[in-house]
Design a protein around this ligand. Sequence first.
Ligand code: NAD
Ligand code: UDP
Length: 332
Amino acid sequence: MTKFERGPSDTPIAMVTGGAGFLGSAVCDRLVRDGMHVVCVDNFVTGRRSNVAHLLASPLFTLAKADISVSLPQIDVTEIWNFACPASPATYQIDPVHTMLTNVIGMKNCLDLAYDTGARVFQASTSEVYGDPEVHPQIESYRGKVNPIGPRACYDEGKRAAETLCYDYRRAYGTDVRVARIFNTYGPRMDPQDGRVVSNFIVQALRGDPLEIYGDGSQTRSFCFVDDLVEGFFRIMRAPVAQQGPVNLGNPSEFTMSDLAELVIGMTRTSSTLLYKPLPVDDPKRRRPDISLAQSELGWNPQISLREGLGSTIAYFNAELRLPPVTEECRS
Ligand code: NAD
Ligand code: UDP
């Protein structure tokens, strides 16, 4: 393997793309804790150096700035965890062409590196592959209802194409691919400016601003706390044999956005009011995972209720908002 750079020792190396983001940084933490060398690859489009700052002193951690839609560091890795892609509709729609390329070319770059090294690949896919679903709750065999030309398509169709590439590489080259379809997840290390509903509502409540509900607030989501999700990732990735296809990971407790707003207002004891804004195009009306596959095959069950998870997330945002605002310069 002379074409590859070696790590600092014989420690197995895991590459985590998007490792400076909300979920990727939590995976970096766990891998370093487990004694792997981690190469975190990020272009900082939505990720923050502060999410991994505590790891920079570790000999087991390397941070590399790169865009996965262009190229990946050619390193002899044993695992590739692909989290690189903006996840919030507000951020992935800023540069939709780049979002699509990140999903498709970025995935191909991960799979090519896996082909060369024999690495196992984890793909952070999404419940968005189900689109605005006609089957409820969503089970893995449901093929979804996605608008292929709408403003969400760069993300939804990009993730669908990435899944296709994963299973094509498995069929063609025997690549060991593990795909999680992640449902809405929240928790500490979310960027206050990220634009997703949980972070928006909490930041608005803590500032005493009106909570902005898109549409009439009757649409539903099922919110999973980050720690539960990360446990699911490791069960998928560490299973001796890969599942035949993707595995749903999410908390099946379903809430309307009005329920969520009420809960956040109550927990933050804010005097904030509600402000109704237009529903974005193609916004899914209902979403709840069927997690029977993860339960039966991986023994995985989320443990943390929305109220409990919101408690630590509110505490995190409260501390975060007392810091000076994050500027573009200090992102990278
Ligand atoms: P995030 O925006 O916090 O993290 C994404 C990370 O990827 C950031 O650090 C960003 O800078 C990096 N990135 C984006 N494009 C890149 C590129 N071209 N090259 C290198 N790095 C790039 O979002 P997150 O919530 O941590 O999501 C991580 C992954 O999980 C995403 O792929 C997302 O689609 C998937 N996912 C997340 C959720 C969720 O609820 N959090 C749900 C479904 C799927
Ligand atoms: N939403 C909202 N207010 C916000 C942000 C989002 O009412 O400030 C709604 C949004 O329209 C959607 C739901 O909350 O119906 C979840 O949105 P989010 O962007 O968090 O995730 P996704 O739409 O990708 O599930």
